[in-house]
Ligand binder design. Structure first.
Ligand SMILES: CC(C)(COP(=O)(O)OP(=O)(O)OC[C@H]1O[C@@H](n2cnc3c(N)ncnc32)[C@H](O)[C@@H]1OP(=O)(O)O)[C@@H](O)C(=O)NCCC(=O)NCCS
Length: 185
C-alpha cells in the first residue's frame, strides 16, 4: 500500500492522503482560534510555515507507518478542504492507534467529524489490522467526546489536570475501542 496515495470515501466526504499543495488550505482551517482552543498540540497563532512542515511530517509518518492522517473534502465541492481526521500515532509494538481530528468551524455539528471518524476506525481495524483505537480529548470538549461516543468508542475515564493549556490545567478523557467490540456500519 502506498500510504501517500490512499483515498477513502464516505457518504459525503472524500478523505485522502495529503499533498504538499494542501498546506495553504490546511493553514486556513487550522489557524482558527476555535481549533487551537480545544486541541492539545495546535498553537495559536499558527505560523504559515508550520503548515508546510506539518504536511511533510504527516507524509513522512505515512511512509514509516507511524501515523495516517487524511484531508477531508466535500464530495459536492471537492476543492473545499473542511478538516482532518486520522490516526495521529500508531504503536507498532502494541498494535494500537490514537485518533485525532479537527473540522472547519463553519461546518461544525453537521456530522462530518463522526462520519470521518467512523471511516478511520474501519481503516484502522480492517486495513491496518489494529487491535485497539483510542482517542483523548479535554473533558470540556463535549463535541469531541460526542464524536467518539457516536463512533462507538467507550469511556475509559478521566485524567485530572493532565495537560496545561493556555495557562490552565485541563482534565483529559480517554475513550477506546477494541477490535472485537467494533462493528462495521
Ligand atoms: C470536535 C470536532 C471535530 C467535532 O466535529 P463535528 O463535525 O462538529 O462533529 P459532529 O457534528 O459529528 O458531532 C458533534 C456532536 O457534538 C455535539 N456538541 C457540539 N457542541 C457541544 C456542546 N457544547 N455540548 C454538548 N454537545 C455538543 C453535537 O450536538 C453533536 O452531537 P449530536 O450529533 O449527538 O447532536 C470539532 O468541534 C472541532 O474541530 N473542534 C476543534 C478541534 C478539536 O477539538 N479536535 C478534537 C481534539 S480531541
Amino acid at each position: 500500500m502506498d500510504g501517500n496515495k490512499i483515498v477513502l470515501e464516505t457518504k459525503r466526504l472524500v478523505m485522502r492522503s495529503y499533498e504538499k499543495m494542501d498546506a495553504e488550505s490546511i493553514f486556513k482551517v487550522v489557524s482558527n482560534r476555535e481549533i487551537a482552543a480545544t486541541t492539545i498540540n495546535i498553537p495559536h497563532p499558527y505560523p504559515r510555515e508550520t503548515a508546510d512542515w506539518w504536511v511533510n511530517h504527516v507524509r513522512d509518518n505515512i511512509d514509516k507507518g507511524t501515523a495516517y492522517q487524511f484531508g477531508l473534502f466535500k464530495k459536492d465541492n471537492p476543492d473545499e478542504y473542511i478538516g482532518n481526521c486520522g490516526l495521529v500515532s500508531i504503536s507498532k509494538e502494541h498494535n494500537n492507534g490514537e485518533l485525532g481530528y479537527f473540522i472547519d468551524p463553519g461546518y461544525w455539528n453537521k456530522g462530518y467529524g463522526t462520519e470521518a471518524c467512523i471511516k478511520v476506525l474501519e481503516f484502522g481495524f480492517k486495513v491496518l489490522g489494529l487491535e485497539r483505537i483510542y482517542g483523548k480529548c479535554m473533558a470540556k470538549n463535549f463535541a469531541s467526546k460526542r464524536v467518539m461516543e457516536k463512533s462507538g468508542l467507550n469511556d475509559e475515564g478521566i485524567a485530572k489536570n493532565a495537560v496545561l493549556k493556555w495557562g490552565k490545567y485541563e482534565d483529559v478523557c480517554t475513550l477506546g475501542l477494541i477490535r472485537s467490540d467494533w462493528t462495521s456500519t
